[in-house]
Design a protein around this ligand. Sequence first.
Ligand code: ZN
Length: 505
Amino acid sequence: MRVALTGGLIADGTGAELVPGTVLVEGERIAAVLPPGEPVAEAEVIDATGNIVAPGFVDLHSHADFSLGASPAAESQLAQGVTTLVAGNCGWSPFPITDLETLRAGTAFLDPKHDWSWTDLAGFAATLQPAVNLALQVGHCTLRIAAMGSAKRLPSPDELRTMQDLLRAAADQGAVGFSTGLIYAPGAYASPEEVAALVATAAECGLLYSTHIRNEGAGLLAALDEAIAAARAGGARLEISHLKAVGKANYGLVDAALEHLDKVDDVDLGWDAYPYTATSTTLTTRLPTWALAGGTLLDRLADPAERARIAEALRADDLLSPDSVVIASLPPGRYEDSRGLSLTEIAQRDGVDAAEIVLRILESHQAAVSVVNHAMSEEDVTTVLEHPRTAVASDGWIMDATGPGHPHPRNFGTFPRVLGHYARDRAILTLPEAIRRMTSLPATRLGFSDRGIIKPGAIADLTVLNPDKITDNSTYDDPWQLSTGINHVLLAGQAAHTGSGRVIS
Ligand SMILES: [Zn+2]
């Protein structure tokens, strides 16, 4: 089977200037890049006139593993031109499982639509029929729960060894990375030494170390240092996830962070970012981490004294920022009409303060509530995107085309927003450079030499986009909008469809 993509401009993924030409695909791989007009015999032709032919986009930071079971068609990703998703980020992966109940209590992200019949990476992978490729990482929170539940303490030597053994087993089954989420319980209970021991094991297995660092606010630089030290000691490749400075008091801190990262010359490190000024996470991240120890948040809230203690901590904590935190999604029922409203708005409506409203909402929904937090400056987002070492990544989930609630627009628009808004409209970076940041750069971080690039022999994961029309349509107020301007997506030489992706390593 031969496919010829003709008449377009080719962005090969290296950042080189666009050149006219034909990309010829044979079977799963790119056979040749031909000058324009050169005749190609016996090939199915895709007319790319007026379009750019680029490598399929590689999303280094996705949470697709939690929603993929329900949305294998990956419409929200294909409409962005994404062909490979790296999952298992921020310390959470859906394997290995020894205690499903504690794992599911640990995060609101876990999709109830999965059957949860597996225990390890291979079992999870066997349940999938994704439309896009998946590269899987093992999460530290998940490992910790498998070894010691959600206890707020350091692991015993035996428990640490169990985590290391489970990590090695996942690596043997094809994991590409190990991730931490050091703001999330129980990952936040880990000492730097525990993390470093696991990073060293990950490095021995050849895995990337991806980290949602311990502090993205005033403690940003120290948190970067913790990640760098662990990678240096263990000899790991390091990926700083969603680099940013959160909270008004910390605006501008990304300049120092980038300067700091650029100075490190003895660690193989990189970072990624999404092109938005809001974050999105679970409402439980607003709580002090001790409130989540032992997986007993709901029990604690049922105890009046403990509930009062948590409320007091929330009132004392200036990180609550209730004006900026908007309810993104929660299950049907009470507060359903609060989706899209800020904590301040909901609290005023109910005549209580923001701390009380946080607890009421969590109690009403088994703590399974996600939020959007408007916490970054546009200048910082632009500064990070301008830096040549920043990869573009979504931090998003796979979404259907329509659904409930107010999910973060990054789920639908990350890649088109960088190509359209930041490259074409604002000229923050050139189009070939923007494409490099979402193709060869992330592929190289993963150690993939035959993806993220257009050259003979590379896997034919390809995206055909119209540079004049590429647009992210999803907004905070009206998020359920697929992006437009992506005209064809090929996986290994075939038009993308449910089941066309595979788990790659
Ligand atoms: Zn994260």
